[in-house]
Every structure is written in structure tokens, then in C-alpha cells.
Design a protein around this ligand. Structure first.
Ligand code: C2E
Ligand code: CA
Ligand code: CA
Length: 692
């Protein structure tokens, strides 16, 4: 101990020691930031960030050691062997890069700690390698115990640093990590230096050093500054562009460009948040959906520009009368919705609606025309009516339509007996119980293509109910009921088996996508069911893609994560469906190990007509790219959209323009056509031509 302390206190030049310490602290901080980048990215991006982090950290470790060495005064003539000293820099970089690679491995286990240990070993190797190149006019002997302790402390502190960095939380994690990293480097250096005893011996020849120490210090520090600068600026540029894309995306997804009001996604998120808290607070909220009567006439007679101007005025006026705890959004077209919190009494709700109604009744003047507007309001209150945010909005919408039809009342409160078609729905649910027994389900298949080559890459299996009286019932009409009643479990299992069995008969490069409802994830043995189905049908796991939506995940995040990992272990691909429609698509994407995302059709189908959709698709692709996740655009309805996607480097596409979902025999025809095209032309360029 005394040996080590006296080595720090007496044998090192203080100002150079201070310089070494500054390099070490600064470099550790930058390395820790870069490590965060390496951890957050995937694929090629991750490889690049790993290398950058390793190079910066290695340089920092080496500079610290080398500068401290220059400040070290052995009392006799000394010098550094250029080749060994340079080689020790490479050792430091390689060790640090390996360590970062290990620390950022995605699977849990002890990889961060193993990475930390290899970082400590890398520092040790660099230190003693560098020392081997240190020539002094003396006999040098080593205290083996101190050498062993230097390695022990360096490695142990490296392990703790990595553990804190990769498993800790918040800013404290970064500060602790960087400090521990600094500590690890210092422990190794000073204990290692203390282990060395120098007995002057003039007979040992020291080749004259070429450069004075001061010039060397300057050169080393400048190099360190450049490397740190490059590392830090690339870090900030990368996070800025990603943060910018994320910000743009968030704004776009939640606001309406024409009126500047928030949009439906924003409102549903607000409502969802309130629904969670209402029962605890014992309060009530009111939701109203309203629509301008005969707005279509304005558009048709005076043109869209006039229509837009009117909508803007309406939005501005309605917003002007809002008070605290009230939110107004535009749902689309001439349809708006508003939310009122703390609406305990009916009179509060009535006053709220009356206020909006009065604001809208004032005539709108534009371009010499005077428009008298009337709006119809549908109202629903929670918890008087229960349901999800979407259901509540649907209820308010149904009530609004009744108000529109009515001549006497422009405001209607939702009434289950009068709104909607609950009765026929109930009859359908009764039938749904026997759907499997009667073998009435069928799968249709919608092709997915590679955008660049136009070749088929797979199909999405979409279920239909071939009802004896109603004909083909689309999934939107029975999947929600199946989810409510739990029937989705046997139905989902049937779909999975049928789809896998079919795909097993197709050429081996074609994949099959199957939609998975959230309930299926939570039954506990879903991964087992998938494994069994794959084994029974003989389909290779890499060919199965499971599509899950964000709602499915958020229902039960922890449990879902576990199932997702089990499925990935099987080799199955996990796809995020309907990307962009959920409130937190972004954070879900960042926290879940998805293999692919499907950009929702609502954005894709309006890609060429709406600037907003185009921006969302663009931002989504930048993000997907930075996470190295391929994207599939669904809902491609025309050639122009496909060309846009191609120009923007979107990997895969699906949509009516390529083909609608088709029965199995037509899917088979498409496969045959694709195969023979490929056979004839080698690699076909252009769009997939067989339409269903
Ligand atoms: P989804 O997963 O988003 O499936 C895509 C839907 O978009 C399909 O509707 C498809 O016909 C439609 N579509 C495809 N291309 C276009 C296009 O270019 N334009 C437009 N406007 N639409 C397009 P489908 O078959 O009616 O399915 C509706 C939803 O029902 C699916 O949405 C999915 O959420 C659910 N679903 C279907 N099959 C299953 C199933 O086996 N299990 C579960 N849990 N849900 C299913
Ligand atoms: Ca889907
Ligand atoms: Ca979808």
C-alpha cells in the first residue's frame, strides 16, 4: 500500500498526473455515452457503434496510461520503445471493442459482467505490454503480489462498472459507470507502477529518446482530443437525427395538419389514461363526437379550399371556448370529438355541449360567402357506459348519427337500445360457438412481395367465416366477439395449424404470416402450442411470422415479453402489426425485440395524397433503419405508392394493388406464376403481376 501511495505521491509529476486524470474522466464519460448508443442500436449500426466505442475507450485507456508514464520519474534515464508502445494502443482498442461487444449482447445472462471482466483484462494487458516497452537505465524487479492485485482490482472494478452501466438506471447509472471505469484504470496503473522496483544500473543502455517528453505529451493529448471529439460529435449527430425523426413522428401521429388540433390517437390515449383513474377518483367523463350538417355541400359547391377554410374556422372557434379539463380533437373530415373531465353532473355535460354548439352556430364568412353551420352531437358518459376508448368513441358516433337523422334534437345521448345493432351481433356470437365444430372457418391468403425485385416473399393468412346464412363474414365482424368470449383461443389455434400446414406445401423460401390476438399470448403455453404445431405440420420455424399489435403487448407487458423470448428461441419471426396506430408505437418498438414492422395501411394508402402520411411513413422508415428492423408497408393500393416505397428503400409490401386476399387455390396459382417467371427471367424486376 505504502509502495503504491508513495509511487503516486512522489514518483509522478503532479501536473502531468492531473492531465492524465482529466483524459481518463473525460474519456470515460464519452465512452459511456457511446456505449449507450451501441446498446440501443441493432445489426450493422450496432457493429459500427461498438467499434467506435471500443476505439474511443481504448485510446482513452492508453492515453491515461501513457501520459501518466511520461509524468513518472524513475530517477534515472528512461525511454519508450516506439513499436511496443504503439502495439499497446492496439491491444487497448481491441480489448475495449471486445468488451463492448460482449456487454451489449441482447440476451440477458452475465454478458455485461463478462464484458466488464474482459475490459479489465484488456487494460491489464495494455499496461504490462506498454511496460515491456519501457526502457530504464536500471535493473527492474516486480512484486508479484502487487502485480496480481493490480489485475484483480482492475478486473473487479471493470465488472462492477459494466454491471452498473448495463443493469442500472437513470443518470446515476452513467455517473457510477464512468467513475468505476476511471477507478478501474487508475487502480491498474498505480498498483501496477507500485509493483515495480527500480535499481539504477548505468550498465543498462537506454537508446536516446527521439522526442522530448513534453512534445510527446502534447501529441498524445491532441490525438486523444481528436478521437474524443469525433466520437462525441458522431454521437450527438446520430442521437439528434434520431430524436428529430422521433419528435416529428410523435407530432405527426398525434396532430391534425389542417386545423392544428390533436387527432384521434391523442384523444384515445387521453381517454385511456382517464379510464384507468376514474374508478379510483369516483368521477365521470363525457365524450362527444360532432359533425357538421351538410358540410359536403360546401365542398362540392365551393371547392375543397373553401371547405378547408371553414373547417379551420370551426376548429378555432370551438377551441376558443374550451376550459380546463376539456380537450378538442379532429377525427377526420368534418368530424370532431371533445372530452370533458370531471363531468359528475348532467348539467355540467349539457353546459359543455351548449357552449360548443353556440360557438359553431355563429355564421362563418369567407370569400364573400356566409355559411350557417349546424352540428349534430352524440354524447356518451363513462362509467354510465363502459368500454375501451375506441368503443366509447363508437358509441358517441352512433348517437351522433341518430342526432343527424333527427329533426327535433341536435344532441343525442348514447342509448344501447336505439344505437347500434346489438341484437344481430348477439345472434352471431351464439353461432360463433359452433364455428369450429361445423368447420365453417376458411383462410384467405394475401401475397407479400419484395419491393425491389417484385418477387413473392410470402403470404398473410386472414381468416373468414363462411356463414351458412350470411355468407363470407369478414374477421372484423367476429374476431372482436371471439376475443371477448375467449373463443379466439381455439379459433387462433385452428388458424395457426391450418396456415402452417398449408405453407409447408409451398416452396421453402415463402413465409406465412399469422395474426395473433393478445389473449393467445396470455394463456401461458402459447410458445408450446406454436412449437407443437410446427413439429406436427413440418413447417420450418424461420418460415413462420407471428403478427402482434401494440395493444396486444401493452395488455400484459411482462408476460408477453417472456412469451416473445420463448418464441424467438424457437426461431419464429415476430412482427409488429399496425405500426403507428397505437399511442406508444415508438417506445414499444424500442423496448420489444421485433424482427419486422408493418407500417399501418392508414398511412400507406394515403402516402401519395397526404403530406402527413408521407412524413409518418418516412420517419418510421428512418427509425426502423436505425434499429435495423426491416419494414413492410401494408395497404398499397396503387402503383404510385409502390414506386414511392421503392424509392425510399422499403423492403416489403402488401396491398390490394398487388393482390387482395385470395382463396388457397388462387394463392397456389400466384406461387406457380412467380416460380415460372423466376425460372424464365432469372430475377424478375418490376411488380408482381398475377392479380387475384
Ligand atoms: P390486419 O392484420 O391489419 O390485416 C390486413 C387487413 O387489411 C386485411 O383485412 C386485408 O384484407 C386488408 N388489406 C390488405 N391490403 C389492403 C389494401 O390495399 N387496402 C385496404 N383498404 N385494405 C387492405 P381483413 O382480412 O378484413 O382483416 C382485418 C383484420 O382482422 C386484420 O387486420 C386482423 O387484425 C384481423 N384478423 C384477420 N385474420 C385473423 C386471425 O386469423 N386471427 C386474428 N387474431 N385476427 C385476424
Ligand atoms: Ca396482420
Ligand atoms: Ca395490419
Amino acid at each position: 500500500m505504502i509502495q503504491v501511495l508513495s509511487c503516486i505521491a512522489f514518483d509522478h509529476e503532479p501536473w502531468i498526473l492531473l492531465l492524465a486524470a482529466t483524459c481518463c474522466v473525460l474519456g470515460s464519460w464519452v465512452s459511456v455515452q457511446l456505449l449507450g448508443r451501441a446498446k440501443a442500436t441493432k445489426g450493422t449500426h450496432q457493429a459500427v457503434w461498438t467499434a467506435v466505442t471500443g476505439i474511443v475507450a481504448g485510446t482513452m485507456i492508453w492515453t491515461t496510461h501513457f501520459v501518466a508514464m511520461i509524468g513518472f520519474d524513475p530517477g534515472v534515464e528512461s525511454g519508450h520503445d516506439v513499436v511496443l508502445t504503439a502495439a499497446s494502443l492496439l491491444v487497448a482498442m481491441a480489448g475495449a471493442t471486445l468488451a463492448v461487444g460482449l456487454m451489449t449482447r441482447k440476451s440477458g445472462w452475465y454478458w455485461p459482467e463478462i464484458g466488464g471482466a474482459s475490459l479489465g483484462l484488456g487494460i491489464a494487458l495494455m499496461h504490462y505490454w506498454g511496460m515491456a516497452g519501457y526502457v530504464v537505465a536500471a535493473q527492474v524487479s516486480w512484486d508479484q503480489t502487487l502485480v496480481a492485485s493490480s489485475v484483480f482490482f482492475g478486473v473487479t472494478l471493470g465488472v462492477i462498472a459494466a454491471n452498473q452501466l448495463m443493469r442500472g438506471e437513470g443518470l446515476g447509472r452513467m455517473i457510477r459507470g464512468a467513475s468505476l471505469l476511471t477507478a478501474s484504470i487508475c487502480a491498474l496503473h498505480f498498483i501496477g507502477m507500485g509493483a515495480m522496483t527500480i535499481m539504477p544500473d548505468p550498465s543498462v543502455a537506454v537508446p536516446p529518446s527521439l522526442l522530448p517528453d513534453e512534445v510527446l505529451v502534447l501529441a498524445v493529448v491532441v490525438m486523444m482530443a481528436i478521437i474524443l471529439g469525433v466520437g462525441a460529435s458522431s454521437y450527438f449527430l446520430d442521437t439528434r437525427s434520431e430524436a428529430h425523426a422521433a419528435e416529428l413522428y410523435r407530432e405527426m401521429v398525434q396532430s391534425d395538419q389542417l386545423t392544428g388540433l390533436p387527432n384521434r390517437a391523442f384523444l384515445t390515449a387521453q381517454i385511456d389514461r382517464e379510464l384507468g383513474e376514474i374508478s379510483a377518483r369516483n368521477s365521470r367523463i363525457a365524450i362527444t363526437v360532432f359533425n357538421l350538417d351538410r358540410f359536403k355541400d360546401i365542398n362540392e359547391v365551393h371547392g375543397y379550399a373553401m371547405g378547408n377554410a371553414v373547417l379551420k374556422t370551426v376548429a378555432r372557434r370551438a377551441r376558443a371556448v374550451l376550459r380546463d379539463g376539456e380537450v378538442l380533437v379532429r377525427l377526420g373530415g368534418d368530424e370532431f370529438a371533445a372530452l370533458k373531465l370531471e363531468a359528475e353532473r348532467d348539467s355540467v355535460v349539457d353546459e359543455f355541449i351548449a357552449r360548443l354548439e353556440t360557438a359553431l352556430r355563429k355564421p362563418v364568412e369567407n370569400g364573400g360567402f356566409n355559411f350557417r353551420l349546424v352540428a349534430s352531437f352524440g354524447v356518451v358518459t363513462f362509467p354510465d357506459c363502459t368500454g375501451s376508448a375506441d368503443e366509447l368513441l363508437t358509441f358517441a358516433d352512433q348517437a351522433m348519427f341518430r342526432a343527424k337523422r333527427s329533426v327535433t334534437s341536435k344532441v343525442c345521448h348514447y342509448d344501447p337500445a336505439m344505437d347500434g345493432s346489438k341484437r344481430s351481433e348477439r345472434a352471431l356470437v351464439m353461432d360463433l360457438h359452433r364455428v369450429l365444430e361445423r368447420d365453417e372457418l376458411v383462410l384467405h391468403y394475401q401475397p407479400q412481395i419484395n419491393v425491389a425485385s417484385g418477387r413473392l416473399v410470402g403470404f398473410e393468412a386472414l381468416v373468414r367465416w363462411n356463414h351458412p346464412k350470411r355468407g363470407m363474414v369478414p374477421p372484423g365482424e367476429f374476431i372482436p366477439s371471439a376475443e371477448e368470449t375467449g373463443l379466439i383461443l381455439p379459433i387462433g389455434a385452428w388458424v395457426l395449424r391450418e396456415a402452417c400446414a398449408t405453407a409447408a406445401t409451398w416452396p421453402g423460401h415463402l413465409k406465412i404470416s399469422v395474426n395473433v390476438a393478445s389473449a393467445q399470448f396470455h394463456i401461458g403455453n402459447f410458445a408450446q402450442l406454436v412449437a407443437q404445431t410446427l413439429a406436427d405440420t413440418g413447417l420450418a420455424p424461420e418460415r413462420l411470422e407471428l403478427e402482434i399489435t401494440e395493444t396486444g403487448i401493452l395488455d400484459n407487458t411482462l408476460g408477453t415479453m417472456q412469451v416473445v423470448h420463448q418464441l424467438k428461441a424457437l426461431g419464429v419471426t415476430i412482427v409488429m402489426d399496425d405500426f403507428g396506430t397505437g399511442y406508444s408505437s415508438l417506445s414499444t418498438l424500442q423496448s420489444f425485440p421485433f424482427d419486422k414492422i408493418k407500417i399501418d395501411r392508414s398511412f400507406v394508402s394515403s402516402l401519395t395524397t397526404s403530406k402527413q402520411s408521407a412524413a409518418i411513413v418516412m420517419a418510421t422508415m428512418i427509425l426502423a433503419n436505425s434499429l435495423d428492423i426491416p419494414a413492410l408497408a401494408e395497404g398499397v393500393e396503387d402503383e404510385e405508392t409502390l414506386d414511392h416505397l421503392k424509392a425510399r428503400g422499403c423492403e416489403e409490401a402488401q396491398g390490394y394493388f398487388i393482390s387482395r386476399p385470395v382463396p388457397l387455390h388462387q394463392a397456389q396459382t400466384m406461387i406457380d406464376a412467380d416460380e415460372s417467371q423466376a425460372g424464365l427471367e432469372g430475377r424478375k424486376v418490376g411488380r408482381f403481376t398475377v392479380l387475384g
